[in-house]
Design a protein. Structure first.
Ligand code: CA
Length: 220
């Protein structure tokens, strides 16, 4: 899962990035509205944390532009204290949720998890696919109740597939969601992670769809 943080306060932006990375997501950060808008328009983020008070282009305008362009990505806005009008404007502009500064990182992470789950049509904090269970609160995967030991890349690949069970996911799509923007992406490495995952998972769980990508087999 790949998250965009648009926040001009450098300390807060760094804290957000660190907190979000700590639960197994990858993060890109923009420090003004123009960069943030561009990144959200051109990269396939799984969710966005968007400050409202931003230089160059305010968060409400950024959000309105995304929505006008048909971008449906989940957006959580950050508002200043005692600014209920910002919240109303943000929700009217298409925000999916909001948090008022200052906030606790745990609450932000819980809200992000919920947004990502709902975007994938998952109601529960635990995603289940055959013998696999992903506990989105602890970022842990288990097979028939036994915890799997995964590297961070293996976890990101499997978590993305588990958010899209039964769907064909291409190598390019996977690499777009497991690496941050500044990372030298190579979709060939996705194959390596898939091969390693297959050694750790029951056979047949990750199918190769020739020429198209991979599919997490729901039927098992
Ligand atoms: Ca700000």
């Amino acid at each position: 899962m790949r998250i965009l943080v648009v926040e001009d306060e450098l300390t807060l932006a760094a804290q957000l990035a660190e907190g979000i990375k700590s639960v197994g997501y990858v993060v890109d950060v923009a420090h003004n509205g123009v960069d943030g808008h561009f990144m959200g328009e051109t990269e396939p983020y799984d969710a966005v944390v968007l400050d409202i008070g931003l230089p160059q282009m305010d968060g409400i305008t950024v959000l309105k532009k995304w929505r006008a362009a048909g971008r449906t990505l989940p957006v959580l806005i950050l508002t200043a204290r005692d600014t209920w009008r910002e919240k109303v404007a943000g929700i009217d502009a298409g925000a999916d949720d909001y948090l008022t500064k200052p906030f606790h990182m745990e609450e932000l992470l819980a809200r992000l998890r919920a947004l990502i789950r709902r975007a994938g049509g998952h109601a529960s904090t635990e995603l289940v696919c055959g013998p696999l269970t992903l506990d989105t609160r602890s970022s842990r995967v288990s097979v028939d109740g036994t915890a799997l030991t995964l590297t961070s890349h293996e976890y990101r690949v499997l978590a993305y597939l588990m958010h899209h069970p039964g769907e064909i996911v291409s190598r390019a799509e996977l690499s777009e969601h497991i690496y941050a923007q500044d990372f030298d992406r190579d979709s060939n490495t996705v194959e390596v992670f898939i091969a390693r995952l297959r050694k750790k998972l029951p056979p047949g769980l990750i199918e190769t769809v020739r020429g198209l990508g991979y599919r997490l087999n729901k039927a098992q």
